[in-house]
Design a protein around this ligand. Structure first.
Ligand code: ZN
Length: 560
């Protein structure tokens, strides 16, 4: 997803002053004229940036990446323009009654604000961040004289039953924390300095506000979710501990962070036996996806036709969705193999694609994107979850009722564990970043482990004082962003609960595939996709579900 244009409208209109000399109609004309000239500049620059980026991702050629980064710089320069920013600030003080005009101006103002950092400061920050990123890219965990990739480390953590071996792998992987932590602390201070220059308390607060998130509201949501998930997590964690102690043949009291099958314990350990890959062997995942979306009244065929979906030499190895022109040129990049991971991913990326496709294109340019980065994640996650949903496997892939019944229990348990483990991990990430930017001089190593112990219930190894927090790349490269993943999961559950209750008219929120129900597509298009960014995200959610974003339905789905 493209994060470049996320702005904010939290700044209220209290500062509006009524000018005696100009009428509202004159004011609105001025705002309209400005928006028109802004769109004339940004629209072609945006298209050039998305097209060159897509080309580079497909070819992997240096020359294409150079073109892409130049187009990116040209686009950013539009938003860095000081004269335009001064004009916007003046326009914001005029009395304007047209709601859409006001909102567009606020969103444009916020997009400019985040690009007003002094160029030499911005350059220094980008350079330091790039340095840290390249240290991550070239780092290999050295274990007994052998250099291991992240994948190899993860593989040992998942499959080994030898405590000494997983301890070495885990500790080896954490060395990157020490390699980057001093630079990362410097970067945090620089980010805070830049944020303060723009009038924010610290960088974390700035990032939330410029993305239309009220820090107090996010905090409330995370507290609510903590309370709702804690008791279930405590008992699930006991179950996990019992299974892992057995796996390593040690008492539960001897379990250490390296026993949890993942460097950060952000994923569910494989303690239930279930192999969904067998159902996808030899299947055409794109066809399954197209048929499924068509059955709920949404056509993904045109997006698939423009997409690049299979492996190629030099091509970007992950998956993403791109809205090239904020009109109908929407493309997905995947590297599909017939397995469950790619089924989830194909459903996920085309979920993003359909959101963009069905956004009302008659709206102004600024509104033609999702309400928020996490609302499009919510749609992608809601459909991505289907790939491991037994009801969906029956309806969309064609497994038998017997097979469905056989995997029903374990797939539910895995889904639940995946969500609970992930939600506790995001609590750590969110609270760590918030506290770090509020007080960067504190003992960050101690802060990290305090949070890991409190939210993940993982004990700090005795006497450990390493900067383990710095080993998570997102803290350097996607700052103050991680909480959006969890907000996406909450909204996915809230939309599912609403649709099950009001459209499917059932009480069963778990075993739903929506297959064949065109009312589902109609509801999503009309209430979520079409409005794009016209409304503040929580207003959109309230209009669509009758409630603002809440953790309640996520808890209903995964906690009980
Ligand atoms: Zn996504």
């Amino acid at each position: 997803m493209n994060k470049k244009f996320l702005g904010c409208v939290l700044a209220s209109f209290l500062s509006t002053t009524v000018s005696a000399k100009t009428s509202v109609a004159d004011n609105e004309k001025q705002v309209k004229d400005f928006i028109q000239s802004y769109e004339a500049k940004v629209d072609p620059a945006y298209k050039k940036a998305t097209i060159t980026e897509f080309d580079a991702q497909i070819s992997g050629k240096d020359g294409d990446y150079k073109k892409s980064s130049q187009a990116q710089i040209d686009l950013t320069n539009i938003y860095a323009n000081k004269d335009d920013y001064a004009v916007i600030k003046k326009l914001r003080k005029l009395k304007v009654t047209d709601k859409d005009l006001k909102r567009q101006l606020e969103l444009i103002y916020d997009a400019y604000t985040s690009n007003q950092i002094a160029p030499e400061k911005l350059e220094a920050m980008i350079k330091l961040q790039t340095d840290i990123e390249s240290k991550f890219n070239t780092f290999r965990a050295n274990i007994d004289g052998k250099d291991l990739t992240d994948n190899e480390v993860e593989n040992i953590l998942k499959t080994s039953t030898n405590s000494a071996e997983v301890e070495k792998a885990w500790k080896g992987s954490k060395v990157i924390g020490k390699v980057v932590s001093d630079d990362l602390k410097k970067l945090v201070l620089m980010r805070n300095d830049a944020a303060r220059e723009l009038g924010f308390k610290n960088y974390h607060q700035m990032m939330l506000k410029l993305n239309e998130q009220d820090p107090a509201q996010v905090e409330k949501l995370f507290n609510e979710l903590d309370q709702l998930t804690r008791p279930a997590y405590v008992s699930l964690k006991k179950e996990i501990d019992t299974a892992l102690a057995k796996k390593f043949n040690i008492p539960v009291s001897k379990l250490q962070p390296w026993h949890y099958q993942n460097r950060y314990f952000q994923e569910a350990p494989a303690i239930y036996k279930l192999d969904l890959d067998t159902y996808y062997k030899g299947k055409d995942l794109v066809k399954i996806m197209e048929n499924y979306y068509a059955s709920i009244g949404m056509s993904a065929d045109d997006i698939a036709a423009r997409s690049d979906l299979y492996e190629k030499k030099g091509k970007y190895q992950h998956a993403c969705e791109n809205n090239m022109d904020r009109l109908n040129d929407i493309r997905v990049i995947c590297n599909i193999k017939p397995n469950q991971y790619w089924m989830d991913t194909v459903l996920h990326e085309f979920g993003h694609g359909l959101y963009d496709k069905y956004t009302d294109k008659t709206m102004p340019w600024t509104f033609r994107e999702p309400a928020h980065i996490f609302t499009t994640e919510a749609i992608a996650m809601m459909f991505g979850r289907m790939g491991s949903n037994p009801q969906w496997l029956h309806d969309a892939v064609g497994i038998s009722r017997e097979e469905q019944a056989k995997i029903s229990d374990s797939s539910f348990k895995i889904q639940r564990m995946t969500q609970l483990v992930f939600s506790r991990w995001v609590q750590v990430m969110y609270r760590f970043e918030k506290s770090m930017y509020e007080n960067p001089k504190q003992d960050l190593n101690a802060l990290w482990w305090r949070l890991v112990e409190k939210y993940q219930l993982i004990k700090k190894p005795a006497g450990r004082t390493e900067p383990d927090w710095a080993s998570k790349i997102h803290i350097a490269t996607s700052p103050a962003y991680y909480h959006n993943y969890l907000m996406g999961e909450l909204l996915a559950s809230q939309l599912n609960a609403y649709m099950v209750r009001n459209i499917i008219k059932s009480k069963d929120i778990m075993n739903q595939s929506y297959f064949g129900n065109k009312e589902i597509g109609k509801y999503l298009i009309e209430n979520v996709f079409a409005p794009g960014r016209k409304f503040y995200w929580n207003d959109m959610i309230k209009k669509a579900t009758g409630e603002e974003l809440t953790a309640k339905y996520y808890a209903k789905q995964f906690v009980k």
